[in-house]
Design a protein around this ligand. Structure first.
Ligand code: NAD
Length: 441
């Protein structure tokens, strides 16, 4: 078993740390955010992920995991340090590597024995080479350091399960020593390991995420065309899904992808290509389609209604997808400001995302309209003139079409996730607009 330190306790770092402890490694998680560290020490997860808190408490009680802001003592004698800090998008689309650089510097100044540094964060191709050189340049003690790439593929909402039962572990190394050590670290997980060089590992991450983003944008593009030519995207997707070469996942049309990965990783790869003088046409198209798609229902509703001014607008779902409290690049963040600027009184329901939305959008109350967060869906729908569905939470999917008919002043629903059957909405007397399907009126 290894002494592992994880830098950054976000969705990637914390889940990795907890799962390493769960399989028996001795883990220290480092974060610069003292509040987060205090929360984690008291057994509370700073992020919402199914099963995470239970595993944190169990492994903390059994002495296999600890949390600290004292990076020096955590890095000093680690066998391996996994870096899981953010690499957010910059205005030009490139990845911001300043958090990675800070950790690299801190590692260089702390190490007192040989160490394998593993970059889990999503980074541009060639970054691992630079991180290795950077650490070696700043080393204070005479120790050997190597850097390996080990990109993360978890999906938020099922991060713990995805980590313990990953479909593959990608290991990118430049030496036998690094490859063997990483393989040993992952041995207890008993998962398929794909071993490649560092640059290929970095590219596998971008190529995989961007492929999924392309798949979503392709289905959304086809959905928009379905509406124009009278086809039904769900029937089309079902028909396509029987083909093994296409597969049955990621064929749902809707109001586009969000989250912390697809938007930034598509832009980052497009930027990397541009730097090389290459135009990555397919990925560019995926980005463009997604941008348009985010507000497609808002635009439809704007045409249908004279104004949103003074209307009660129910919003069901704020997070970028169900099962997470993450709002990064969520459709709600684009649409709600538009509604408020138009003078709408928004009543927003989300089982876990309201607090983060209020933080991300603190000036909501200063707009022409107003925003009220409600804990139960019925309060959002009661007397509403129009309803937008942005996230397919189970609680929303479970609502019967009659609830809309009975509670709303005018049962007018714009569903960005295609969760209801059009015929059933029609039967219930709900005017229902979705993506790539004919409306019910
Ligand atoms: P996050 O923003 O949730 O977490 C990053 C954490 O790093 C924060 O808690 C922050 O306080 C901490 N941090 C910043 N500087 C630090 C330092 N010097 N020392 C220690 N901690 C520091 O990020 P995330 O969503 O976990 O993503 C991390 C990386 O993993 C990104 O590159 C992302 O693209 C990639 N990734 C994310 C996902 C995902 O679903 N979120 C999936 C796969 C890959």
């Amino acid at each position: 078993m290894f002494k592992i330190t994880v830098a950054g306790t976000g969705y990637v770092g914390l889940v990795a740390g907890v799962c390493f402890a769960e399989v028996g490694h001795q883990v220290t998680c480092v974060d610069i955010d003292e509040n987060k560290v205090d929360l984690m020490k008291s057994g509370i997860s700073p992020i919402y992920e199914a099963g995470l808190e239970e595993l944190m408490q169990k492994n903390y009680a059994e002495g296999r995991i600890n949390y600290t802001t004292d990076y020096q003592s955590a890095y000093r004698d680690a066998d391996a340090i996994f870096i899981g800090v953010g690499t957010p998008e910059q205005p030009d689309g490139s990845a911001n590597l300043s958090y990675i650089a800070t950790v690299a510097r801190q590692i260089a100044e702390s190490l007192e024995k040989d160490c394998l540094v593993v970059v889990k964060s999503t980074v541009p191709i060639g970054t691992n080479d630079k991180v290795e050189q950077f650490i070696r340049d700043f080393l204070v003690n005479d120790v050997n350091v190597e850097v390996a790439s080990n990109p993360e593929f978890l999906a938020q909402g099922s991060a713990v399960h995805n980590t313990l039962h990953a479909e593959r572990i990608i290991i990118g190394t430049e030496s036998k020593w690094a490859q063997e050590m990483l393989t040993q670290i992952y041995e207890p997980f008993n998962l398929p390991i794909v071993s490649v060089n560092r640059r290929s590992a970095e590219m596998i991450k971008y190529a995989s995420n961007d492929f999924l983003a392309l798949k979503i944008s392709y289905m959304n593009d086809i959905a928009n065309l379905c509406e124009l030519v009278g086809a039904d995207i769900q029937d089309v997707a079902r028909g396509m899904s029987f083909d093994d070469r296409i597969g049955s996942k990621f064929l749902n049309a809707g109001i586009g992808y969000g989250g912390s990965c697809f938007p930034k990783d598509t832009k980052a790869l497009e930027y990397i290509a541009r730097q090389q003088g290459y135009e990555l046409k397919t990925v560019k198209a995926a980005i463009e389609v997604n941008k348009e798609q985010k507000t497609i229902l808002y635009k439809k509703a704007s045409k249908r209604l004279i104004t949103f001014n003074g209307l009660k607008v129910a919003v069901l779902g704020l997070t970028f997808k169900p099962g997470t409290d993450d709002l990064r690049e969520a459709a709600s963040l684009e649409n709600i400001p538009l509604l408020l600027e138009q003078g709408a009184d928004v009543y927003a329901y989300d089982p876990v995302g309201a607090e983060n939305f209020a933080k991300a959008y603190p000036d909501g109350k200063n707009r022409k309209g107003s925003i009220t967060y409600v804990n139960d869906i019925e309060k959002a729908l009661e007397g509403a003139n129009v309803c937008f569905i942005f996230t397919e939470w189970g609680e929303v999917k479970a609502l019967s079409p009659l609830i809309y008919k009975n509670l709303m002043r005018t049962p007018l629903v714009y569903d960005g996730r295609n969760i209801y059957n059009v015929a059933q909405m029609q039967e219930a007397g709900v005017e229902y607009h979705s993506v790539g399907r004919k409306p019910a009126s």
